[in-house]
Design a protein around this ligand. Structure first.
Ligand SMILES: [Mg+2]
Ligand SMILES: [Zn+2]
Length: 180
């Protein structure tokens, strides 16, 4: 069976605006520049995954039920632009006893970025070729997680504020050798 090519995206600050421990659906604001990039990748047969640290669960700011509700809400917004997130992978853990309220999630886990655990989980569940896959995020921990998993990794900021008329050319130049 042929392996899948995947594009992994961080969530906060990458697909939606980073408001810091988003705890109300009304705070969700999509970053359109990222959706344009996702559309381009989808049209080049990349499956889209979200890889997100949500230590707010461990810290007691919100629960996994809220996270699922948020993802459903985002999915509905993205679907209007024909974007499909194949799966969301979330790390709810945090390893600082003083800050963790929900002790179930007090853990030095393998899934919190910069560790590549969630990407590796996705790769094994979906038979993904990591050497042909991509990671996008707004922080160094995203880049580190992507690289540790063997993916080409990019700061999403690189794709912001490109004039519409230059967009396609810009994408093509960056991905010339990767998207084949
Ligand atoms: Mg982020
Ligand atoms: Zn974790």
């Amino acid at each position: 069976m042929n392996k899948l090519n995947a594009a992994f995206f961080d969530l906060d600050g990458t697909i939606i605006k980073d408001v810091g421990y988003l705890s109300d659906i009304k705070q969700v604001e999509i970053i359109q520049d990222s959706l344009n990039l996702i559309l381009y990748l989808q049209s080049n047969n990349y499956k889209i995954f979200v890889i997100t640290n949500q230590s707010g669960v461990a810290r007691g700011y919100f629960d996994l039920e809220f996270i699922n509700k948020k993802h459903e809400y985002i999915n509905n917004l993205l679907l209007k632009q024909n974007i499909i997130i194949t799966k969301y992978y979330t790390c709810p853990h945090y390893n600082e006893p003083d800050k963790v309220i929900n002790k179930k999630y007090l853990k030095n886990c393998d899934c919190r970025k910069p560790k590549p655990g969630l990407i590796l989980q996705a790769a094994s569940s979906f038979n993904i070729d990591l050497t042909k896959s991509l990671m996008f995020g707004d922080k160094i921990l995203d880049i580190k997680a992507g690289e540790a998993a063997g993916c080409k990794s990019f700061y999403i900021q690189k794709f912001f504020n490109i004039p519409k008329k230059d967009k396609l050319k810009f994408y093509e130049n960056i991905f010339k050798d990767i998207l084949k």
